[in-house]
Design a protein around this ligand. Structure first.
Ligand SMILES: [Zn+2]
Length: 511
């Protein structure tokens, strides 16, 4: 009799061991996971919570939770989800029963007390996980708040770019003659800017450096008045260390050759300020008008396009790819704080009670990824008084996320065989309003400014995404004299391989 029961239980265990992670997940009703690859789903753990800590890979037959070890069978998954300790015989058999969906042979079913005790353990674990999550979230929120305050402080403490009378008169639309007067032969800076630079005060010379930079980028045309653009005289450029890599930097316009001199940085595994330079700083403003971040452009009057040219070489020190190295140019633009669906206000915004809001009397919005590209359009159309000019800071914030991807017609992925997957033209549905930049509700006409010197297929798909996303007005407010006609959205494309700054430069050369 006893042997008979033992044989039945052994067969029962044997059968339970064959239950895959996939079958067990279905039987136990694991829900709320999202596909992250062909065979992998991830999401909150039914026991430990979180947002993406739990994953099952149906292809590999594995599960994983950052609150546990994970495993490759249904029994271990059941044990994790039901708070069973498989080193205890009863718990192990209980886990087997759960994955098979029937009771252990010859066993009395779980008593009321046993079930209560097990559910109590489960509730305890869930409560502990929830408490940890709440604490974690509070910590993250505090960190985010500090970062936003730091970014706002950086912008607030910077010096305003005092508009020179010569530049002010331009913003009043005195026409091309006045703009041409802002140009000068030597170095492309107007005598007034040069004088400001020569005054020697770091703050005024930083402001002059920003104006000189913009004037140069705009082909010698003076920029429109930018009430929210500010300057920092010496902004450190921080570089983060990279795990398992030695980092070196090289300063120079040309891609460094084999003879180039490199300086090692972040050698002690800590962040390092690799240089200091004047910087242009503009705020990131969320839809409520609050400053939630800042956008920094590092300047170098001797560098290409007026910005520093610094190369980073990363050498892998250990592991399979030891000795491999990569060389890339460091970005000269940085964002701090958060973008939060916000905009960089250029012109057409008003400051009120510590908030920066789009002027509701302006029904037209011109917006693009980069500050300089949008300003080039502003200059070329003479800044009409009905228009708000703003930048999104990057293509992601302008276009938002995509509903899917499509294969690139010519480019291949890293392996070199399959086509590169590109984010598609359809916007991802049901995105929260802070996932990408929002157009002011009072705007009825939008001109998107494309960048012709980025990869054309991905940029075109992104601009289509931005068009369909921004054509939806979430809270239409009737504008006086305009009614609720809805929105028109169009994209302005510069010639291929160029941006509108290049177009302006050509125009000023031709003049
Ligand atoms: Zn878990």
């Amino acid at each position: 009799m006893i042997d008979e029961r033992k044989a039945a239980v052994d067969a029962f265990v044997e059968e339970a061991r064959l239950v895959t992670v996939s079958e067990a997940a279905d039987r136990l009703g694991v829900a709320g996971l999202k596909g992250i690859s062909k065979s992998e789903e991830a999401g909150p753990c039914p026991v430990c919570g979180g947002t993406d800590r739990f994953a099952i890979n149906r292809g590999r037959g594995a599960w994983n939770c950052r609150g546990a070890d994970g495993g490759r069978d249904g029994i271990s998954l059941a044990a994790h989800l039901l708070a069973l300790d498989v080193s205890r015989r009863e718990d192990f058999l209980q886990a087997c029963a759960e994955v098979l969906g029937r009771a252990v042979p010859g066993d009395a079913p779980e008593t009321e007390e046993e079930r209560e005790a097990r559910e109590g353990r489960l509730a305890e674990r869930r409560a502990a996980a929830e408490a940890a999550r709440v604490q974690d979230e509070a910590k993250q929120n505090a960190y985010r708040k500090r970062e936003i305050a730091k970014a706002r402080g950086k912008w607030e403490k910077a010096v305003a770019i005092a508009p020179h009378p010569e530049l002010l008169s331009l913003s009043k639309g005195e026409g091309r003659g006045a703009i041409a007067g802002g140009q000068s032969s030597a170095g492309g800076f107007s005598p007034a800017l040069r004088q400001a630079q020569d005054e020697g005060k770091p703050s005024s010379s930083a402001a002059a450096a920003v104006l000189a930079y913009l004037t140069r980028r705009l082909g010698g045309f003076a920029p429109p008045v930018l009430p929210f653009a500010r300057a920092i005289a010496f902004e450190p450029y921080w570089l983060q260390p990279q795990a398992g890599k030695r980092l070196f930097v090289h300063f120079g316009a040309a891609r460094p050759g084999p003879e180039a001199a490199w300086r090692e940085v972040c050698a002690d595994g800590r962040m390092e300020a690799i240089f200091e330079a004047p910087a242009m700083v503009l705020p990131f403003v969320d839809p409520s008008g609050a400053v939630v971040g800042c956008h920094l452009t590092f300047l170098d009057p001797h560098g290409p396009k007026g910005r520093p040219s610094v190369w980073l070489r990363a050498v892998t020190v250990s592991g399979k790819s030891a000795g491999e190295e990569s060389v890339e140019k460091l970005p000269t633009k940085k964002m701090r704080g958060t973008k939060k669906g916000g905009l960089i206000p250029l012109t057409g915004f008003v400051a009120r009670d510590g908030l920066i809001l789009p002027d509701p009397a302006r029904p037209r919005l011109v917006i693009g990824e980069g500050i300089e590209n949008v300003l080039a359009v502003a200059v070329s159309e003479d800044c009409p008084a009905d228009t708000i000019y703003a930048a999104a800071g990057d293509l992601g914030n302008l276009a938002g996320r995509a509903a899917g991807t499509f294969p690139h017609p010519t480019l291949k992925n890293k392996g070199g065989k399959a086509p590169l997957r590109v984010a598609g033209p359809e916007p991802k549905p049901d995105e929260p309003p802070d996932a990408a930049c929002q157009a002011p509700a009072s705007v009825t006409e939008i001109l998107l400014v494309a960048d012709g010197d980025s990869e054309i297929v991905a940029t075109a798909a992104a601009m289509m995404r931005a068009e369909s996303r921004l054509s939806v007005c979430p809270h239409p407010e009737p504008v006086e004299g305009r009614g609720q006609a809805g929105r028109t959205v169009a994209t302005a494309w510069p010639p291929q391989g160029a941006d509108f700054c290049d177009v302006l430069l050509q125009a000023s050369k031709a003049a």
